[in-house]
Design a binder for this molecule. Structure first.
Ligand SMILES: Nc1ncnc2c1ncn2[C@@H]1O[C@H](COP(=O)(O)OP(=O)(O)OP(=O)(O)O)[C@@H](O)[C@H]1O
Length: 250
């Protein structure tokens, strides 16, 4: 469903993504993990067609995202990291806008808004302005916007951040069901336990490149995913050089 080859992006002198290669098979649940600043958001933004790469190729279901963006984007539902939503709209208006922008008939959109609001437990808030939503509610309405056109590939940047645990389980059940019916999910998350529980594949990214990739079992080996991550991502003792912190200078 997703093939990424040699993906590269600089910001001035910072090399954020450095020749990244990924393969995500259809009908799988994949995670990208990595330390803060590893390049996950930058990579996912390029994959969703939101940020132009300096070099590299991204194919979604065989369509090049940057050569044929309109066709590729029909297949993609994206939840970007920094949620810039049209927040002077109500939740219902935002979902209506997302659905009609994707070319769905108004009657279809109305039905899907009701279904998605029930799934996300947002039913009572649909008439309120998105600007007044809590952080977790904004995540949920953005995820509903990403789902409304029933895309083949979901690209979700930290979808569970700030979402309450009961809602996380509901969203996971929804996404698992989507994958079981042929959908494909690529997400970034810092929740190692959650990834071990639900994902088929995982890629560990450090400094913009993939250091480990495969099924969750292949990547974690004999330990846990958190241990493997720490092994690849944390080079120094965090307490080193901070002895002054114990001097209590008052
Ligand atoms: N718009 C930008 N302008 C300048 N530098 C940027 C920009 N976006 C990202 N970067 C830099 O690119 C690198 C990768 O950032 P990115 O946001 O992709 O990391 P991340 O893996 O998503 O991190 P986190 O886990 O903290 O969300 C960082 O060094 C970051 O400072």
């Amino acid at each position: 469903m997703l093939v990424v080859r040699g993906l590269t992006r600089h910001f001035g002198g910072t090399l954020a993504v450095d020749g990244l290669d990924l393969r995500v098979p259809t009908g799988t649940f994949s995670a990208i993990v990595g330390p803060n600043g590893a390049g996950k958001t930058t990579a996912l933004s390029m994959i969703s067609g939101l940020l132009r790469p300096d070099a590299g190729e991204i194919l979604v279901n065989g369509i090049d995202v940057w050569q044929d963006p309109a066709r590729a984007k029909r297949k993609i539902g994206a939840l970007p990291d920094r949620l810039r939503l049209f927040d002077r709209l109500t939740g219902a208006q935002l979902l209506h806008y997302s659905g009609t922008l994707r070319g769905l008939p108004a009657a279809t959109v109305r039905g899907r808004i009701t279904d998605l609001a029930a799934a996300m437990d947002l039913g009572d808030s649909l008439g309120r302005l998105v600007a007044d939503y809590s952080v977790g509610m904004r995540k949920k309405i953005a995820l509903a916007s990403a789902l409304i056109h029933s895309p083949r590939l979901l690209v979700l940047d930290e979808p569970f951040e700030s979402v309450d645990p009961v809602s996380v389980e509901r969203l996971l059940a929804l996404l698992r069901n989507y994958v079981e019916h042929g959908g494909t999910v690529v997400l970034s998350s810092h929740g190692m336990d959650l990834i071990e529980r639900v994902c088929d594949h995982v890629s560990i990214i450090v400094s913009g490149t993939v250091l480990a990739q495969g099924t969750v079992d292949e990547v974690r080996g004999d330990g846990t995913l958190a241990e493997r991550f720490a092994e690849l991502a944390t080079p120094t003792d965090p307490a080193e050089g901070l002895e002054w912190l114990h001097s209590f200078s008052d």
